[in-house]
Design a protein around this ligand. Structure first.
Ligand SMILES: Cc1cc2nc3c(=O)[nH]c(=O)nc-3n(C[C@H](O)[C@H](O)[C@H](O)COP(=O)(O)OP(=O)(O)OC[C@H]3O[C@@H](n4cnc5c(N)ncnc54)[C@H](O)[C@@H]3O)c2cc1C
Length: 477
């Protein structure tokens, strides 16, 4: 034990000598927040937390770690939900946090683009774009903490994917520090550039296994000047999907969000935020939170009113409210976000993030609920999310009062039921959140040989010493 402590102390001293005390954090109390996952389910440790301020400093840090044989776990806002940024070998890994690299390098209104440090918080990039009269359309519950580099590394999705795409579709260029410390400069803002293989794509969704993203060039959009938000009561998930298809056509691609919520979502949100008041009179079997937005000459409110008139006439929607102000719209969104907190308050539970083809979604969710109810009758299952993208969070909460062992049993059994069904529907066990360490066993189990071969070859070519985030995505580098 003492030998391990001595080795760690030696590595810490060597890091400080090479990088300076300002960059190297060694006090376990200071390190704790970097070694805990967002839910607080896992608390680990690390040799050091490195907090460089520039790309050159990241490069020096990576070279120092390579010399000392230390593996690197890159970390952004630490909001990832699959333990990708949580170290798992405390005496051999450092956390490299991008939190001090938070400069907006350039906003270019004429080019509809921005270049930012990877450590910029997503909400700050959005704010900077808005101040320039533009929109950066990435949007999700953790945007106030998550960083743009983390979003690139997980290819984050969120509520606006149906109109603007996942992060991958918003990235024009990247700057990356490679595992040998060299800097790959692919920080272009060109929209069209077909000079062979697009290397930036490799780093998007790589979860820090191929290098450290230090700079990101993104697309900006015209800022919508009209945003209309509606909460609609519908008869079922099937009706919600039919409504989605109709909205895609009738709202002329101006729809920016379409979130499905069952009635229990409101109970959970109110449990977490008791000041919330039910925004719609009457109870409905299912709800949709929908947003339509646009800029320029189009009249978005008139479009939404006509659309709602038509779909209510066709009995696709039973009732609904349209927010009369920005404050009311924010209030509607509080239900969608508050339901996550409500689930967390009910204790450890299974959280999934799966996708199937939209045409299979209703059957899949129906089958899942039926199998879960048969196998785990006392557990509470809830399905909600960005259903327009074929993405559903099917979460399972063990019965109140279950002890830790029983919770673990329910979570494990529910996960297997859902994953097997995802396989049967040829879906994905990770629609948005990535693989990290949490989903690695389930990912590896399903990985065809050809896929593993390619992934292993790629990692070995880019990172022959296996220093970048070992244990994330696949076991061996
Ligand atoms: C309340 C809540 C709601 C969420 N909603 C959504 C949602 O709707 N859609 C969605 O897609 N996700 C969602 N997430 C998940 C999470 O916010 C995203 O995955 C986000 O992109 C993670 O960003 P981060 O900066 O926190 O990354 P981290 O958690 O710090 O890291 C995530 C992964 O990226 C790697 N990484 C981080 N920064 C870098 C870098 N600069 N270079 C290389 N690798 C790096 C890490 O090693 C890790 O593997 C949600 C999370 C929470 C807590």
């Amino acid at each position: 034990m003492n030998a391990v402590v001595d080795v760690v102390a030696g590595k810490q001293a060597a890091l400080i000598e090479r990088l300076g005390a300002d960059m190297v954090m060694t006090d376990p109390a200071d390190q704790a927040r970097f070694c805990r996952d967002w839910h607080g389910d896992v608390q680990s440790g690390t040799v050091a937390v490195l907090r460089p301020r520039t790309t050159e400093a990241v490069s020096q840090a990576v070279r120092a770690c390579a010399e000392l044989g230390l593996a690197i776990v890159p970390q952004g806002g630490n909001t990832g939900l699959v333990l990708g940024a949580t170290p798992d070998t405390p005496d051999r890994q450092v956390v490299l946090s991008l939190e001090r690299m938070n400069r907006i390098r350039r906003i270019d209104v004429d080019d509809f683009s921005a270049i930012v440090d990877a450590g910029c918080i997503v909400a700050n990039v959005k704010e900077a774009a808005e101040e320039a009269g533009m929109l950066f359309p990435l949007g999700f519950g953790a945007e106030g903490t998550a960083q743009i580099g983390g979003s690139v590394s997980t290819n984050a999705g969120g509520i606006n994917v149906l109109r603007y795409g996942m992060t991958r579709e918003l990235v024009l260029g990247l700057e990356v520090v490679l595992p040998d410390g060299s800097i790959w400069d692919g920080l272009t803002t060109l929209r069209k550039d077909n000079r062979g293989v697009s290397l930036r794509q490799l780093f998007i969704g790589a979860e820090g296994t191929l290098g450290i993203v230090t700079g990101v060039a993104v697309k900006l959009m015209p800022r919508p000047t009209q945003v209309e938000t509606a909460l609609l009561g519908v008869s079922s998930l099937e009706a919600a999907i039919a409504l989605y298809r109709r909205a895609r056509v009738d709202c002329c691609d101006l729809m920016t969000a379409f979130e499905f919520m069952p009635p229990e979502a409101f109970t959970l949100a109110i449990e977490a935020q008791p000041d919330l008041k039910m925004p719609i009179a009457g109870d409905y079997p299912a709800y949709v939170l929908m947003e339509v937005s646009g800029s320029g000459l189009v009249d978005v409110r008139a479009l939404l009113d006509r659309f709602l008139e038509n779909v209510m006439g066709d009995e696709l929607v039973q009732d609904g409210v349209v927010a009369a102000s920005r404050a009311q719209a924010i209030n509607l969104w509080r239900f969608r976000e508050g339901m996550n907190e409500g689930q967390a308050m009910r204790g450890p539970h299974l959280r999934t993030d799966v996708s199937v083809a939209l045409s299979q979604m209703a059957a899949f969710v129906g089958d899942a609920h039926q199998r879960l109810a048969e196998a785990l009758p006392t557990a509470f299952a809830i399905g909600y999310g960005h259903i327009g993208d074929g993405n559903v969070h099917l979460n399972v909460i063990p019965a109140a009062g279950s002890d830790a062992e029983e919770r673990e049993r329910v979570i494990y059994a529910a996960k297997n039921i859902i994953n097997e069904l995802v396989d049967a529907y040829r879906g994905s066990i990770s629609a948005e959140h990535g693989i990290g360490r949490l989903k690695r066993p389930d990912f590896e189990k399903r990985m065809p040989d050809s896929h593993r071969k390619l992934l292993t070859a790629l990692r070995q070519a880019v990172d022959p010493n296996g220093l970048m985030n070992p244990g994330c995505q696949i076991q061996a580098g």
